[in-house]
Design a protein around this ligand. Structure first.
Ligand SMILES: Nc1ncnc2c1ncn2[C@@H]1O[C@H](COP(=O)(O)OP(=O)(O)OP(=O)(O)O)[C@@H](O)[C@H]1O
Length: 450
């Protein structure tokens, strides 16, 4: 049996550092890994968290004829174990290409919805070391950004609210299958897992023992590096960045002279993504080139990753560029507006309200602007902010029971635990709600200092 730099007893007790007091939703497809997860969790809850809620959920992707019956089969397994089981069907339109990614997105959305309905803050998934090694191998092949080589995080915050926890990331699939066989529990083999027209099954088939060990070693190194770099960048953001008015970030010129160049470039990539409202960080080379240009200290204007960078004597400003802003649209609860704001409806039933860019009406009187903020930039930044309109009248940032709540753009949908420190710094900068702690003990990889 292969163990992976395991902490003592980790393999035998994968749930040891997880706080289940708030209960858990178990994501179970019926495959071997999630079936093993369910069995092990059931034991763990009985022994350690007898009063906590455990609910199993199967998503029927409705892509194969057998999926409905398989979901019912999982329901019977759960009934035998005395665990509540829910089935949710992905019944939206299915894209022709990118079906795996769309399915994953729908799955997390449906799982998180059940967690909210059940009043549980955590979804537990059965991702294993095999899944992790495959993920890293695929990212290596695509020569993605080095931070992606960290693979899947032990805990990822979804939609600012629900933690997706992956306790089996250091266990091998073969170990789990052995355990199931010993207990006489069967599982469902999804034919898609063997279908080599898909990338993952191809990578899986090609990954031998050595490839597996290499991928896991790379992942561990990349995770350490990503946490460390993130913490250094977070310090620079806290030290040098401020948001004098909504949508406008002010960077002190000393930022570009910071000796930790790697952290400064990373901080700039994070800031650009946050201001531009993008889920992915700006390109490293371009961010480094921008940093070098800014370090020359001359007045300049540039755009990168939907952000206008305005450097002038004594200040650098970042604001969302005016191009490509969302069209006016009806307000929908939970909608991520331009990647930067979450629309929340409190009590606006029935009223037709449009959220559109163009909040210049919200511009404070010139006297109220902080001294270092040029009026033209303030105006441009506020024009790229959302505003609530009703019957042709602008109600400002909020009104008619609608609020446009700031979120940390690169992490608004998925915040991998590796990135908690920079996400916290960006949340503070944007005036977003503080990011909740993961349900992990502080000794876990990337659990933040409290
Ligand atoms: N249809 C589904 N319903 C609920 N959870 C799912 C579903 N598909 C995947 N998951 C969750 O995501 C994890 C990883 O997904 P992946 O596609 O690798 O699993 P799988 O091959 O379908 O099944 P398993 O991981 O159980 O062997 C699963 O272990 C499970 O926790």
């Amino acid at each position: 049996m292969l163990t992976l730099e395991a902490e003592p007893d980790h393999d035998a007790r994968p749930f040891l550092d997880i706080d289940f007091s708030g209960g858990a939703v178990v994501a179970i497809s019926g495959g071997s890994d999630s079936t093993a997860l369910l069995i092990l969790l059931k034991d763990h809850f009985r022994a350690r968290w007898p009063a906590a809620k455990l609910v199993a959920v199967t998503i029927d992707h409705a892509l194969r004829a057998a999926s409905h019956d398989e979901a019912l089969q999982v329901g019977r397994l759960c009934a035998g174990l005395g665990i509540e089981h829910r089935i949710r069907v992905w019944d939206g339109p299915k894209p022709r290409s990118g079906i795996a990614a769309a399915g994953r997105e729908a799955r997390y959305r449906l799982l998180a919805t059940v967690a909210r309905e059940e009043g549980v803050g955590m979804v537990v998934s059965g991702h294993t070391a095999d899944d992790q090694a495959e993920t890293v191998a695929m990212r290596l092949e695509r020569s993605e950004d080095a931070r992606g080589l960290a693979g899947m995080a032990p805990a990822t915050l979804y939609d600012d609210e629900v933690w997706i926890v992956r306790p089996l990331l250091r266990l091998r699939r073969a170990q789990l299958r052995d355990m199931l066989r010993q207990r006489g529990v069967g599982w469902i083999d999804d034919p898609t897992n063997e279908d080599r027209t898909y990338e993952r099954p191809r990578v899986r088939a090609a990954l031998d023992g050595e490839g597996f060990a290499t991928a896991m070693r790379l992942a561990a190194e990349a995770a350490r590096k990503r946490c460390d770099l993130g913490a250094r960048a977070a310090r620079l953001i806290r030290r040098h960045a401020a948001q004098p008015i909504s949508g406008l970030v002010h960077l002190q010129p000393a930022f570009v002279g910071e000796p930790d160049r790697e952290a400064a470039a990373y901080a700039l990539r994070l800031l650009l993504a946050a201001v531009g409202g993008l889920p992915q960080l700006a390109d490293t080379e371009r961010a480094e080139a921008l940093l070098a240009a800014l370090a020359e200290g001359t007045s300049s204007r540039a755009t990168l990753a939907r952000v206008l960078i305005d450097a002038r004597r004594g200040a650098i400003f970042l604001l969302r560029e005016a191009r490509g802003l969302p069209e006016p649209m009806p307000a929908v609860d939970g909608f991520l507006w331009d990647g930067r704001r979450r629309i929340t409806l409190r009590d606006s039933a029935g009223s037709v309200v449009i959220v559109a860019a163009g909040g210049t009406e919200a511009l404070p009187a010139t006297g109220a602007l902080p001294r270092q903020v040029p009026k033209s930039l303030a105006r441009a930044a506020l024009a790229a902010e959302p505003a609530v309109w009703r019957d042709g009248r602008c109600l400002g940032r909020q009104g008619a029971g609608i609020a446009t709540v700031p979120v940390v753009a690169p992490f608004a949908r998925f915040l991998p635990g590796f990135d908690l420190e920079p996400a916290r710094a960006l949340a503070q900068l944007a005036g977003a709600a503080p990011i909740p702690y993961p349900p992990l003990e502080p000794s876990s990889p990337c659990a933040p200092r409290r």
